[in-house]
Design a protein around this ligand. Structure first.
Ligand code: ATP
Length: 303
């Protein structure tokens, strides 16, 4: 029995390894595919930002021809301000960020940054101008220094350390046996959700983008890490055009503007106070959240 068990167990390990590297390849192909769909226009110019005002101008969008996802979405994020997007799961929040990054093309309307249509600028310059702190940061199977330095090609070790310090992850990295040379990712050291987000924040600080997209994690971190990360993000977002895809209302009460999405449409917009005064969908979500006394629960889970 033991003789049989050992090889089977060993096979299990190999199988997991293969599955994980396939997962890497899938991600790679998914990215390549997305890039293939979108090509630079022959006369595309580099995006020039001056404050980075973002405008969605009556945008319609569908991933597949039969199912429209966004309907006449129209809003402006004034330069240097923060707009939060809330709404039930599947209402189209993340789709907005994917369109701003130009992973997909809009069907109708236009998206502009400082008056330049995304279709008229080079993808390189667009992606250079946007920093994303995703819900779940994927780490490359490489050193932690590489994973942070990826934000800025050619970054020096000093710059990487400075970004890590600013993201409050330097001390953690120094405590690892191999420090900045420690291998992380699927085949290396596994980091907690909060640590991974800090790596993403350090990466973004190094990139220093004109526009920041923050896709808030659905699963709450412990509240101490959560508060620390929120404070850091507030710092990065200051005077930077920022779009927050929010899952917890408590984290966005001071956004300059909140957009409430429902089935692909913006159904309400305004500040936290104004939306509460209106007594609409946002106010209901907020009340439910308050009544349960559980600020950390995702808004859509309370719907
Ligand atoms: P959540 O809060 O759960 O992240 P969301 O509001 O961000 O949801 P989106 O991810 O923008 O929602 O998705 C909006 C709709 O588009 C959903 O119905 C989803 O199933 C659909 N959708 C998302 N990505 C794709 C895709 N690649 N192909 C086809 N449909 C998609």
């Amino acid at each position: 029995m033991i003789q049989l068990y050992i090889p089977l167990n060993f096979l299990g390990v190999i199988y997991r390894e293969i599955k994980q590297s396939l997962a890497d390849m899938e991600r790679l192909f998914a990215l390549l595919d997305q890039n293939r769909e979108i090509a630079d226009a022959p006369d595309a110019r580099p995006l020039q930002t001056q404050g980075a005002l973002v405008r969605f101008n009556h945008v319609d969008f569908s991933y597949e021809s039969k199912r429209q996802i966004l309907f006449d979405v129209d809003f402006t994020i004034p330069a240097g301000t923060t707009t939060a997007v809330v709404g039930h799961s599947g209402s189209g929040k993340s789709t907005l960020s994917r369109l701003l990054y130009r992973f997909y093309e809009v069907d109708k309307g236009a998206i502009t940054i400082d008056g330049q249509d995304l279709r008229a600028v080079t993808q390189d310059s667009l992606r250079h101008a946007i920093g994303i702190v995703p819900q779940d940061t994927v780490l490359f199977n490489d050193t932690i220094a590489y994973n942070i330095g990826y934000g800025k090609p050619g970054a020096t070790q000093e710059e990487i350390v400075a970004a890590a310090r600013a993201a409050s992850i330097h001390e953690f990295i120094e405590s690892l046996p191999d420090g900045y040379a420690s291998m992380v990712g699927e085949r290396g050291l596994k980091l907690s959700g909060g640590e991974k987000q800090r790596v993403a924040i350090a990466r973004t600080l190094l990139k220093n983008p004109a526009i920041l997209i923050f896709d808030e994690a659905t699963s709450a971190l412990d509240s101490k890490s959560e508060q620390a990360i929120q404070a850091q993000l507030k710092d990065i977002a200051k005077n930077r055009t920022t779009m927050v895809i929010a899952h917890r209302l408590s984290t966005i009460a001071d956004a300059h503007q909140i957009l409430v999405m429902d089935h692909g449409r913006i159904v309400e917009r305004g500040t936290h106070q104004a939306l509460l005064a209106t007594g609409g969908m946002y106010a209901q979500m907020w009340e439910r959240q308050q009544a349960r006394g559980d600020e950390e629960l995702p808004a859509e889970a309370l719907a």
